[in-house]
Design a protein around this ligand. Structure first.
Ligand SMILES: [Zn+2]
Length: 315
């Protein structure tokens, strides 16, 4: 059995633009959580940490547009964009569904705080009944496994069939650039650790309990969002379909170097943002400014991010 550990998965591409904080890691991480009601369920956003995203990882956006977009967001264009990594916990009665699992030890020193935050809100990992993955990138899947194997001992693990197939294809892994080898190794480690608890889903599958998935391909082959609904209350979890608030609403065609199919990712993003704008659906995103819940408005040929008043809506 392939055992994936943090040491084995330390990602080698950090020098290429994805950087962690230069200052020493803080000695104590304060659990950062936000809970919002959604009909009869609650959605708790849990901060797993953050990473810094440098300009050279942005594709399909020229320098002038990049600079002006960051200045419009009152960010320093000379500095990398610091983005949170959030995990969502859906509570329906005593049923707990986790959406993604953060970076664990696979994604550097500034992520992996999910476990401490769950403990702070009184949730033990073995109480999680299912984990639904938006995709298998290490900032989402690293927290699924630890030194002792599967972190969520009683959970079924739900992932799009194309996503699991892509990242566990041994020929594709062997042919991939060295920078991407750890991505494949992590997915294989996750598959082996969860064994027969892995359940693949197809496009737009209904997972039950008011949770269905939405095919949002491009960022990765099986990248998926989630639609949560309880009566009239609805929310869409975007995953990484819109990841950078300062850039990807104003410039929906701007992509990320890790997008497996950048053109498809841009089409997916435009269609998704148009849908949630037209339907006025609240959205949540892994990397949007914490707690990353809000609405999307149209701005001509592009969009704007409208954060929700988290204090007013917290449960
Ligand atoms: Zn991500």
């Amino acid at each position: 059995m392939l055992t994936a550990t943090g040491a084995a998965l330390a990602l080698p591409f950090l020098g290429r633009g994805l950087a962690f904080a230069q200052e020493p890691a803080p000695t104590a991480f304060l659990p950062t959580v936000h809970t919002r009601a959604l009909g009869g369920m609650t959605v708790t956003t849990i901060a797993d940490g953050h990473f810094d995203f440098a300009q050279d990882l942005i594709v399909n956006l020229d320098n002038a547009a990049y600079q002006s977009a960051l200045r419009a967001a009152y960010l320093d264009p000379a500095q990398p964009i610091r983005v949170p990594v959030s995990v969502h916990l859906i509570r329906q009665g005593d049923q707990l569904t986790l959406v993604d699992a953060g970076g664990g030890s696979a994604f550097g020193p500034t992520t992996g705080h999910l476990a401490a935050s769950l403990e702070a809100i009184g949730v033990a990992p073995d109480q999680i009944g299912r984990v639904v993955m938006t995709h298998l990138h290490p900032d989402h899947a690293g927290g699924l496994i630890g030194d002792a194997g599967a972190v969520f001992a009683n959970a079924s693990l739900h992932v799009h069939q194309d996503e699991l197939a892509f990242w566990t294809d041994e020929e594709a892994a062997a042919a991939a650039p060295a920078d991407f080898q750890p991505f494949f190794a992590l997915a294989q480690g996750v598959r082996d650790a969860y064994g027969d608890r892995v359940q693949t889903f197809a496009d737009d599958a209904d997972l039950g309990g008011g949770v269905s998935v939405m095919a949002l391909p491009g960022h990765t082959p099986g990248h998926s969002g989630l639609r949560l609904s309880d009566g009239d209350a609805q929310m869409v979890i975007l995953g990484d379909a819109a990841a950078l608030a300062a850039l990807q609403f104003r410039h929906p065609d701007a992509g990320i170097a890790f997008d497996i199919d950048g053109a498809q990712a841009a089409t997916t993003r435009r269609n998704l943002l148009q849908m949630v704008t037209a339907d006025r659906i609240a959205v949540a995103g892994t990397h949007l400014p914490f707690p990353g819940i809000g609405h999307v408005e149209s701005r001509g040929d592009a969009f704007a991010w409208v954060p929700e008043d988290w204090f007013a809506t917290r449960a």
